[in-house]
Structure formats: structure tokens, C-alpha cells
Design a protein. Structure first.
Lengths: 251, 377
């Protein structure tokens, strides 16, 4: 059986196609300003027996394609257990939100916590900060790793942090060190959310921000816990959705 | 059947302002109240109409922010905004306002509100230990009696207070009976219907009209239960909403929960089940009022064990599948107390703590959390 999961996020759309639970194909595109149009382009030539949508655009997709939906919390929980069957804790940092999910012994969601309504400490935050420093988001982590000393960023609000970065630059601080400070700020924020939901054991780190090697390293250092990251952490939600589509179809 | 009663509810609501006006024309008074801790019995004892005041809508918040800080609970901002913009008819009708030193935000706001209308502030103790707090609280109630006597130029006799207690006990019994119809599985009412009935009957000038209507609705619901008529099925998830009070205009969380297919069957808040107590009718009425009102389990009390007891009972009596704890932004007492509620609930039932305000800006973020919470059931 071929099933697809589509994760329509605020920054990007991912789709995963699975055949009997084995990943056959994954695709990714920017969400832009027309999530449904972008989603259509992504799936128009795909063949599947069932599709299930998740992410903030899931309801639009449901209306357009008459497809069932689940929340990204359930999707990320399912995806994490697929990649790491022992997973009990998931940290997902996406484009505009971040969440920590704690799983029970059967891999179902036991508790979760999400960041509040602003995009502080998410992918969007890092993206804007990278731009403010004239760096690309792809190499932002690598640049931050070159820093030689600690520098503290106090603001977590994107708007305030941007002014803080501007004043640090004006003071002649090294961009790599500012970058490092920004990474630490994001990790600290994630840590307080993590500690509220789960205290020990390995953490599955998913979402686009998990592609940043410096984030993963800092997270491991700060939490003193093992950090497990799937090969394509941004695909985790789509894979979870495709798996649930399969499980529902088999019922 | 239900529709006819909602029509009647609307008719009395439309008629209500005229009822109040007629009452005032006869030389009687209106006393506005902001909080459940103030005994409305005392207003009734001087033939005044006790009225709850507006504070559940977003509209006047912008005006309130000209004076109050933005980073303040929406309930306080809305209450003040209604008063400052003169858009709450009940505030306008009120000859005086009875307020309480509940949370920091409210008591400081009342200082500013006092420039608009006479405000009498009851010094509410922050602890329910009878040995420490009952006597000063009783003094506050006696002070309120003199204030009301001065306002109306009437003397409050003990038997008058006793009769007022009996009337309001009757009203609270009717409210409890109405709120208890949703114990049936499936419930005959939606959570939004219950919010509407409680909200609108709360403003009724004529207590008996409200009591009769609530009893009538409860009777109809009883028939619906026997006929197994319900908007829901036996499998519908049954949610308990605890935390801050809500009313029409600040009901978005109830709306979203019910749009997602669940049913809010119980409201553990001062706009809901906290109103179902009975004041002792046998002893000294002032002592009885002081004791009963002091024991209201709001998060301004420290500690506040009564709320946890109430939650345990309600989870059992209403066959609850999940608990949502709602906090208004910047409401420190409910926000912090959520730690204890989570501890109480989390191991046995799915639990969700939400922090929001009256605006619609976070509707989709709330929806994701609520949907994910319902997926856990």
C-alpha cells in the first residue's frame, strides 16, 4: 500500500510517500503565499492510496482535497517513533513554532507544550537574525561554531533581538560571536520548555532547525542528554502523517 | 422545545434594561458587582438590584489601554474600558460599585475607576484560615452594610438579610440544577448554550424570572435526557474547563473546543460551578455570609485547596475525559496555580493549560493545541 503524508508548515511544505511503511520518496518546497497552490504542485504527479495532511495549512488541504488531517504534534510523535522506536521525548523546532512532546510506552502523546503565539526561538527567529548579520541560514550554525568567546543575547523577541544584534554590530563585536550568542539564546528557550515536559532520556530533535549542527551540539551540551536526529529532520512530520494514513487505511 | 426557551431568554434579556429602569424610577437603587466574593444578598436586603458588570469583551480594551498598562489581564482592561467609555448599561445604572481586593491588577484598577463612579472596596483576606481571616472579613461585610444603608437611607434588619439569603440560595440551587443537566451522557446542552444561559440570566433584574427560566430549561433538558436527544453521542469527548471566568465575548476557547467535536460539559470557574454554594440559613446571617463567601476557592487565596477538591468531584460527577485550564494573559494567580492543577489531573487524564486573551489573533494556534489535546483522549 502506498500512502502519503503532507506537512504544510509556515515556511515549507514537505511530502513523504511510503510503500508499506518504507520511505519511497520525499519532496519539499517553500510555502510562499499560496500554500494550497504550492501543495498542488508538489503532489500533482504522485500516486498513492491515501493521503493525510498535517501542519498549519492542514485544514485548507482538507477542504481542497477531502483528505483527513492530524495535528503536527501527533505527526511528529509518530515520525519520531518510526525513526527511533525507543523515543520518549521529541523536540521539534520548525519555522514558526516549537514544541516538546512526551510519549508514553506505546508511543502515543502523553503531554506536550508549545511556544506561545510569537515566533521567538524558532526557525524564523534564526533566519531573521542570520539576515541581520549578513549570513545565510544554511551556514549560520557553521559560522557560529567559529566563535572564540561567549556573548549573551538577552532578547528573545525577534524585533528586540534584531535591535540588540544591530547595537552589538555597531559596538564592533564579531559576527560569529553574535551568531553563537543567538544560538545559545534559542537553545536556552528550548531547554526551559523541554524541562517542563520531560526530565531525562534521549531527545529526538526534529524540524528544519535540527539540520543546524551547532544547535544539536549546544542542545546536547546544555541538556546533558543524548540528542537523536533523523537524516532529514524536516521530513519527520510528513513521514508521521504518511504512517498514520497507512495505519488508518489498514483498520 | 429548547429553541422556544432560548427565545424567551432573549426576550427577558431585551426587556431587562427596561425592568431596571422601572425599578430605578420607583426610587430604588442598583449596585454593581465585579466579583463573586462580594455578597449580593446585602444589596437585595436594601431592595437594590445587584448587577454583575461588563468585562468579557474585547471592544473597550483599546480605550482602557490609554490608562492601564497593555500587559494586564484582559478581564481587568475590559472591565475598566467598559466603565471609561460608558458602554456598559449596567455600570451606567449602578449607583455605586462594590469591588474587592482580589488580585493586584484589580485592586489598583479600582483606585482609578473610583474617579468615574463611587467604588467601595472590600478588603478581602488572602487566606481562608477561619481563625485568622473570618473576623476581619466579617468586619468588612458589616462595613458594607453601613455603606449600603447610607446609600439607600434604609436600615438592614437581620430578618431582611435572612430572606435575601433564602432568595439567592434558591437562585444558586436553580443554577446548580441547570449546570448539572450536562452530567447526562450525552449532554442535552452544548457548552456554548450553557455559557449563554448563565451569562444572560446573570444580568436579570428580577431574580424570580431568572430562577423560573433556569428551572424551565432544566426541566426541558430532563425530558431531552429521557428521550436521549442530544447534539452529541455517547462517544463525544467530555471536557471540563477550569480557571478564569468566561462570558459572551470571552468564550473563544469553548467555541474552538466544540468546533473540534468535543463538548464542554463542566465549568469550574466563578462564572460556573463556583456559584453553586449554599449559605447556611439557620445561624446568624452575617456570620453565615462571611463564612460561606470566604470559602470561595479562587486562585487569589493562598493556599487554595478548595479548588482541587472541587475539581476532583467534578471530574467524577461529570464523567470528564479531559481538563482544559484557561488563564488570561497576565493573570498571575491562575497562571501559577496551573502547576497544581496539572499535578492533580495529568496522571489520570489529558490536560491542557492555555494562556490567551480576548482577541482573535491566536485562534489558529489555540486550535492546534486543542486538537492535539483532543487527539490524546
Amino acid at each position: 500500500m502506498i500512502t502519503a503524508g503532507i506537512d504544510i508548515g509556515s515556511r515549507s511544505i514537505e511530502i513523504a510517500v511510503l510503500e508499506d511503511g518504507i520511505i519511497r520518496e520525499t519532496r519539499k518546497t517553500d510555502t510562499g503565499f499560496d500554500p494550497i497552490g504550492q501543495a498542488k504542485k508538489l503532489i500533482h504527479d504522485l500516486k498513492y492510496d491515501a493521503i493525510l495532511a498535517t501542519g498549519y495549512g492542514r485544514t485548507l488541504f482538507e477542504i481542497e482535497h477531502d483528505a483527513p488531517t492530524i495535528t503536527e504534534i501527533k505527526a511528529h510523535a509518530r515520525g519520531a517513533v518510526y525513526f527511533f522506536p525507543e523515543a520518549r521525548t521529541v523536540l521539534d523546532i520548525g519555522g514558526q513554532d516549537s514544541k516538546v512532546i512526551s510519549l508514553n510506552a506505546s508511543g502515543n502523546v502523553a503531554r506536550f507544550e508549545m511556544n506561545d503565539r510569537c515566533a521567538a526561538g524558532t526557525g524564523k527567529f534564526l533566519e531573521i537574525m542570520a539576515t541581520a548579520l549578513g549570513l545565510s541560514i544554511e551556514t549560520f550554525g557553521a559560522e557560529a561554531m567559529k566563535a572564540r568567546k561567549d556573548l549573551t543575547i538577552n532578547s528573545m523577541c525577534t524585533v528586540f533581538a534584531e535591535s540588540e544584534v544591530t547595537s552589538l554590530v555597531a559596538r564592533g563585536e564579531n559576527p560569529n560571536e553574535i551568531a553563537r550568542g543567538l544560538h545559545i539564546a534559542v537553545v536556552k528557550r528550548a531547554m526551559s520548555m523541554l524541562k517542563r515536559v520531560s526530565q531525562d532520556g534521549p531527545v529526538v530533535f526534529t524540524g528544519g532547525v535540527a539540520n543546524n549542527p551547532f544547535m544539536t551540539r549546544l542542545l546536547a551540551e546544555e541538556s546533558k542528554r543524548e540528542i537523536w536526529t533523523p537524516d532529514h529532520p524536516e521530513m519527520n512530520g510528513a513521514v508521521g502523517a504518511a504512517l498514520i494514513a497507512m495505519e488508518r487505511k489498514r483498520k | 422545545m429548547k429553541q422556544a426557551l432560548f427565545k424567551k431568554l432573549q426576550q427577558i434579556t431585551d426587556q431587562n434594561l427596561m425592568d431596571i429602569e422601572a425599578h430605578k424610577k420607583k426610587g430604588n437603587h442598583v449596585v454593581g458587582f465585579y466579583c463573586l466574593y462580594a455578597p449580593t444578598e446585602l444589596a437585595v436586603a436594601v431592595d437594590a438590584i445587584p448587577l454583575p458588570l461588563c468585562g468579557t469583551r474585547q471592544a473597550p480594551i483599546e480605550a482602557a489601554e490609554e490608562v492601564l498598562p497593555r500587559n494586564l489581564c484582559p478581564l481587568i482592561k475590559s472591565s475598566y474600558g467598559f466603565a471609561a467609555t460608558d458602554t456598559c448599561p449596567f455600570f451606567r445604572f449602578s449607583d455605586m460599585i462594590v469591588a474587592d481586593t482580589t488580585c493586584d491588577g484589580k485592586k489598583k484598577m479600582f483606585e482609578i475607576m473610583a474617579a468615574i463612579k463611587p467604588v467601595h472596596v472590600l478588603q478581602l483576606p488572602q487566606n481562608q484560615d477561619v481563625a485568622v481571616s473570618l473576623s476581619p472579613w466579617k468586619d468588612e461585610i458589616e462595613k458594607l452594610i453601613s455603606v449600603l444603608e447610607k446609600l439607600t437611607d434604609k436600615q438592614i434588619m437581620t430578618d431582611k438579610i435572612s430572606r435575601s439569603i433564602a432568595l439567592l440560595n434558591k437562585e444558586r440551587r436553580a443554577k446548580k440544577r441547570l449546570m448539572d443537566v450536562t452530567r447526562a451522557k450525552p449532554s442535552p446542552l452544548t457548552g456554548m448554550e450553557l455559557v449563554e444561559i448563565l451569562f444572560k440570566t446573570g444580568f436579570f433584574a428580577d431574580k424570580e424570572k431568572g430562577i423560573d427560566l433556569m428551572n424551565e430549561i432544566a426541566d426541558v433538558c430532563q425530558t431531552l435526557i429521557e428521550k436521549k436527544e442530544s447534539p452529541y453521542t455517547e462517544n463525544t469527548s467530555r471536557i471540563l474547563l477550569t480557571g478564569v471566568p468566561i462570558g459572551l465575548g470571552s468564550d473563544k476557547v469553548v467555541k474552538i473546543i466544540e468546533q473540534c467535536g468535543a463538548n464542554v460539559v463542566a465549568f469550574e470557574s466563578c462564572s460556573g460551578y463556583k456559584q453553586t454554594f449554599q449559605v447556611d440559613e439557620t445561624g446568624d446571617p452575617v456570620q453565615a455570609l462571611a463564612g460561606q463567601y470566604l470559602s470561595i476557592p479562587c486562585s487569589v487565596m493562598s493556599p487554595n485547596p478548595g479548588r482541587m477538591e472541587m475539581l476532583k468531584e467534578m471530574i467524577r460527577d461529570f464523567s470528564i475525559d479531559g481538563v482544559v485550564d484557561l488563564t488570561w494573559q497576565a493573570c498571575h494567580t491562575y497562571n501559577i496555580e496551573s502547576f497544581h492543577v496539572a499535578k492533580l489531573v495529568q496522571d489520570s487524564l489529558p490536560f491542557l493549560h492555555l494562556e490567551t486573551d480576548y482577541s482573535e489573533s491566536d485562534t489558529e494556534q489555540l486550535r492546534v493545541r486543542i486538537e492535539a489535546f483532543l487527539e490524546m483522549i
